[in-house]
Design a protein around this ligand. Structure first.
Ligand code: GLA
Length: 709
């Protein structure tokens, strides 16, 4: 029979009884096949073929729904046991359906079931054809007459087959987010995961780049970018087997998270979202960016507000007078909003440092005797908006909230507690806590209707992991917490559908595409040193469009001038976190001018296509450019970081993504002297083949060029 199957496959005929499921985007295909035993296999993931019939010739790469004990020798996607100790599950194809979605894409739903144990799994594949993105997740349904226990519950298992695999991971720490490292995968497993519960991405980000055959490159090569939409513990397992085949298992990290499913209950996994390109990581990133703006991020195609934040200008030390002075500065600078950061609340335990007050969200009477309304009145008078910092999932042991509700915090009470930044995490698995968090925000918006924006922080990972609410189901906490978090965000989004919010977790400790359904942007890092930011923003740009990456100009790194700092911040969602009285008059004037410049080009940065031209990694220069969708206008950012002394001028910077036949007028903008400088008119061909003299041999210089057809 095996021999016959081989013959049938090579002549391009599917074996009798085999059934093929082709999941297509414009340029990518994922092909699955049901064999005669009703097992579901993947036969292909790659460039979409012109003749669909030819997928028939491909052989099986591996099963899609591998569960514990089904005869596969490598890492399974599922492990589900029942209380009779049956650990084995063999999931077989039952049916599938392809539906058209509202946005004119498709959703394929495949049902698989175990013949002995009546547990089934539904696999969902949603395609975003134009953007070449596929999102996939699973539902596990307990059809047994007894509870079952989920030990493994992946969102996706993908098979790849190539000569070599290169994995780029994004990891770091506080103030050192998304450092990129590429390594070749060899036999065995490589795991990237998080156990932190909250502030989950402090060390590792929930996304990766996988390059097939050779190291990742921007414009050539096969690249897969994948990410998990889950604001909690995640895990990616990359396993290369004895035949050099790779499987990638993505999902919630099952660490300390055995999950009980009662009779008839369903468990839905988060989405694994991926794109595949045969034209390098540049195109893969642009795919994800377009998908995110059109289909995912809250108000993805909407405006973003420039702002002045007081955090680094004042830290906890402010009063109404100081804040009103900063509001005036925000207006003078031409910014859209003033954002009041940490320190505005707490009375019995005033929030004058990070030791006390979290949880007591009433304005501090000493600092703000006239409440928040006096501040929103000041912003309204100036015609700008008012934003507010909150950290509603957290509590200081020194707070009225913990005095009233000691059991609301995640904390054991039979051991000495440990704190991260002197705080505890509130138990969002508890519906009472969810209601409290919703009411805090809803209450602020009701009593102070001119609040137009929130920066929602989350500074602590889970410590002392014990929930008074979960009682006998402690291993549900990591998961139920995240579900509770989404339940609150859902309710808020329903009531305030267009309220912009910044996602923050002690810098970039929360950066995933499920949270971004509810947030318009995220705080990329507390590190605002412009040199470090070149690397951090470069890393985030693989996954996130510029309009989501909050980039502020601050006092960090005195060796770098204000223009360089602003040029770096302009590559994202620009803001300031500065006391302007500390700036020289010309520097302050330049900031004003730069805000105007930014307002004139930010549509290209926000909605256009990003081309990463020169990486800061292993280079003394770096450059990126954004081009609008019609290829008519573009902005190029070029930075000289630390070039060595040399008599020869740096090579011209070759641009990308322009139309060769079009002629572009090029000028240098955002110059410190406030005067634009004409460079000349060039064809797209010239600019992409020869390039612009954008770099210098000087240290810490930056240049911004504007191109118009
Ligand atoms: C975190 C944030 C900062 C700031 C402080 C306030 O560290 O990342 O931007 O808001 O909290 O305590």
């Amino acid at each position: 029979m095996k021999y016959l199957t081989t013959i049938l496959l090579t002549v391009g005929i599917l074996p009798l009884s085999a059934q093929q499921i082709v999941i297509n985007t414009e340029h990518t295909a994922l092909v699955l096949r049901v064999d005669k035993d009703k097992r579901l296999h993947q036969t292909y993931l790659g460039k979409r073929l012109i003749h669909e019939k030819e997928y028939d010739m491909l052989s099986n790469m591996g099963e899609v729904c591998i569960a514990n004990g089904n005869g596969d020798y490598f890492e399974p996607a599922f492990h589900i046991s029942n209380n009779k100790g049956n650990e084995t599950l063999v999931l077989k194809y039952v049916s599938h359906q392809v539906k058209k979605t509202e946005d004119n894409n498709t959703e394929t739903v495949i049902v698989l079931s175990d013949e002995v144990r009546q547990n089934s799994v539904r696999l969902f594949y949603k395609t975003y054809s134009k953007e070449d993105v596929i999102s996939t997740y699973a539902e596990i349904i307990n059809g047994e007459q007894q509870p079952v226990y989920l030990y493994k519950y992946a969102s996706a298992l993908l098979h790849l087959n190539a000569e070599a695999y290169y994995l780029t991971q994004f990891n770091g720490d506080w103030a050192a987010e998304v450092g990129m490292t590429e390594s070749r995968l060899g036999f065995g497993k490589k795991i990237i995961d998080s156990n932190l519960g909250t502030r989950t991405n402090m060390f590792a980000s929930p996304f990766f780049v996988l390059s097939l055959e050779k190291n990742a490159e921007e414009n050539t090569g096969k690249a897969l970018i994948g990410t998990l939409g889950w604001t909690g513990n995640f895990r990616f397992t990359f396993e290369v087997d004895h035949e050099n085949k790779l499987r990638v298992i993505s999902g919630i990290n099952p660490y300390n998270s055995k999950y009980e499913l009662k009779v008839g209950e369903t468990f839905k996994t988060p989405e694994f979202i991926f794109t595949y390109s045969e034209r390098g990581t540049g195109e893969a990133s642009r795919n994800i960016h377009s998908w995110a703006r059109r289909h995912r991020i809250k108000d993805g195609q909407g405006e973003r507000l420039t702002l002045l934040n007081n955090w680094e200008a004042t830290y906890f030390d402010f009063n109404e007078k100081k804040i009103i002075a900063l509001i005036d500065e925000a207006k003078t600078l031409g910014l859209d909003m003033f954002l009041l950061d940490d320190g505005w609340f707490g009375n019995k335990y005033p929030r004058n440092n990070d030791n006390a007050g979290l949880g007591d969200w009433q304005p501090n009477k000493k600092k703000l005797p006239n409440g928040l309304n006096a501040l929103t009145a000041a912003t309204a008078k100036k015609g700008i908006k008012f934003g507010l910092w909150i950290e509603p999932e957290m509590v200081n042991p020194k707070s009225e909230l913990i005095e009233q509700h000691p059991d609301w915090a995640i904390a054991w009470n039979d051991r000495t507690q440990s704190y991260f930044r002197n705080q505890l995490v509130l138990d969002m698995s508890n519906p009472e806590v969810q209601a409290y968090v919703f009411n805090i925000i809803d209450g602020l918006l009701t009593t102070c209707p001119n609040i137009s924006y929130f920066k929602w922080d989350c500074n602590s990972p889970m410590t002392n992991v014990y929930s008074a609410y979960e009682q006998s189901c402690q291993s549900h906490l990591f998961i139920d917490y995240v579900k509770g978090f989404y339940a609150v965000l859902d309710k808020l989004k329903t009531k305030y559908p267009h309220l912009p919010m910044m996602l923050c977790a002690g810098g970039g400790g929360r950066t995933d595409y499920e949270a971004l359904r509810y947030f318009t942007e995220f705080w990329a890092s507390d590190n605002t040193d412009p040199i470090d930011r070149l690397y951090i923003q470069w890393g985030y740009s693989y996954l996130f469009p510029a309009k989501t990456i909050c980039s502020h100009v601050t006092a960090w790194n005195k060796k770098v001038d204000i223009k360089f700092k602003i040029d770096v911040a302009m590559m994202g969602k620009m803001g300031f976190d500065l006391n302007f009285s500390t700036l020289s008059k010309p520097d302050a004037e330049f900031c004003k001018y730069a805000v105007q410049t930014y307002n004139g080009i930010k549509d290209i940065i926000f909605e256009g296509n990003l081309y990463r031209l020169v990486s800061p990694y292993n280079n003394t220069h770096t450059a990126s450019m954004f081009i609008d969708n019609a290829s008519k206008r573009a902005v190029v950012f070029a930075f000289d970081i630390f070039p060595r002394y040399s008599k020869t001028a740096p090579q011209p910077l070759r641009l990308q993504g322009l139309q060769a036949a079009k002629m572009y007028r090029v000028k240098e903008i955002n110059r410190y002297d406030g005067k634009e400088q004409k460079i000349g008119t060039f064809s797209g061909d010239y600019l992409m083949s020869i390039g612009l003299q954008a770099f210098t041999g000087k240290r810490l210089e930056s240049h911004v060029f504007y191109l118009e057809e």
